[in-house]
Write a protein that binds this ligand. Structure first.
Ligand SMILES: *Cc1c(COP(=O)(O)O)cnc(C)c1O
Length: 370
């Protein structure tokens, strides 16, 4: 009898459900025999403008450096970012996407016998990171699809070492205010690390939306994560970061793979960080597209959760996966969220105007079918 290599895996990893990514365009084209150019992908909250010309040019200039290892300290990006955010360079920890930093945080501060708190319907990477570290997840029921911060503070136990907050949250698109965050932070014991995931920070336009970085001095147990994947249009490049106390950053750096961010994307990130026009355009396209999709959903009498991100989650009015599959046949890729405990909903990323129209037309024909 052969060895069972599933059973041999460490328990936290054995029990994991792998992350389910959005379906790639090429895969759908193959499966349905569709022309890839005719497919609209609004499934992964990517920037519909495509990578900024400034970041593409920066990558082109770096191509000759591919034979070299990247700068492990990421001096250029660290310098640019620390100026932009008005933080010390040593407060920043880079990751291969902010996902990498989230996993690193769990690995550095969680272990068997510890627990971590996060909300129902929060980003699925949190349970994966917690479980892989051997720790226990405490999932706090959401209120109106939102983080219930009072209940989350009350859920903290003596063995709790970490709390994950997503603001805006994915996939619900909900946000909490500056005042709500401060009330929450005041209740958290100082030895519990609060990871504030601000992947969509640059899009959030709700009044009183907190800027986690401005709270770091007052709350040394706070860690803010951000990314270049969304508003900065570099999802495929893979670079994100955390800003924290220097102590926490020094801990993360002990385990961080020395070359976890490549030299091409470092150059691209520096370029786009200084490209205010691209960021402004990204925000504007998102704001216009959000209004377009909200209006389209209302016209179809479809309920949705008002969103502060670059995506919106709506009630499919039928099984979400069934609706998803019908949209696929029409060449439109959105994201099922059954794995978030939302089997009747779908999440759609905000695209360019014609992509949003294609999505709304396809959805109209799906929901109008008898
Ligand atoms: C997209 C996303 C991230 C990070 O993505 P990376 O590409 O790994 O930087 C983190 N948190 C949330 C909530 C997200 O939706």
């Amino acid at each position: 009898m052969g060895c069972d290599f599933i059973e041999l895996a460490v328990p936290g990893v054995r029990a994991l459900n792998p992350y389910l990514p959005g379906k790639p365009v090429e895969e759908l084209a193959r499966e349905q025999g569709l022309d890839a150019d005719s497919i609209v992908k609004l499934a992964s909250n990517e920037n519909p403008l495509g990578a900024a010309p400034s970041s593409q040019q920066a990558i082109a200039r770096m191509m000759g450096e591919l034979a070299r290892y990247p700068d492990s300290s990421l001096y250029n990006l660290r310098d640019a970012l620390s100026r932009k955010l008005s933080v010390e360079p040593e407060q920043i920890t880079f990751g291969n996407g902010s996902n990498d930093v989230l996993v690193l945080l769990a690995q550095c501060y969680l272990t068997q016998g510890a627990s971590a708190v996060f909300s129902e319907y929060a980003f699925v990477v949190y349970p994966i990171a917690v479980q892989a570290a051997g720790a226990q997840s405490i999932v706090v029921p959401a209120k109106n699809w939102e983080h219930d911060l009072d209940a989350m503070a009350n859920a903290i136990r003596p063995d709790t070492r970490m709390v994950f907050l997503a603001n805006p949250n994915n996939p619900t698109g909900t946000s909490f205010s500056d005042a709500e965050l401060k009330t929450f932070l005041a209740k958290v014991p100082e030895n519990v690390i609060v990871v504030l995931d601000e992947a969509y920070f640059e899009y959030a336009s709700d009044s009183d939306h907190p800027d986690g970085i401005s709270l770091l001095k007052q709350y040394p147990n706070l860690v803010v994560t951000r990314t270049f994947s969304k508003a900065y249009g570099l999802a495929g490049g893979r670079v994100g970061y955390s800003v924290s106390s220097k102590e926490i950053s020094s801990v993360l750096n002990r385990l961080r793979q020395p070359f976890n961010v490549n030299n091409l994307v470092e150059a691209a990130a520096v370029a786009v960080l200084n490209d205010d026009e691209y960021l402004q355009r990204s925000r504007q396209v998102n704001q216009d597209g959000m209004a377009q999709i909200e209006e389209g959903l209302r016209a179809l009498n479809i309920d949705f959760i008002p969103s502060t991100g670059n995506f919106i989650t709506f009630d499919a009015g039928m099984d979400g996966v069934e609706c998803y599959q019908k949209l696929l046949k029409l060449g439109v890729i959105v994201r099922p969220v059954a794995n978030y405990g939302m089997p009747g909903h779908l999440r759609v990323s905000i695209g360019l105007e014609d992509e949003n129209s294609r999505f709304l037309e396809a959805l109209a024909s799906v929901v109008k079918q008898p």
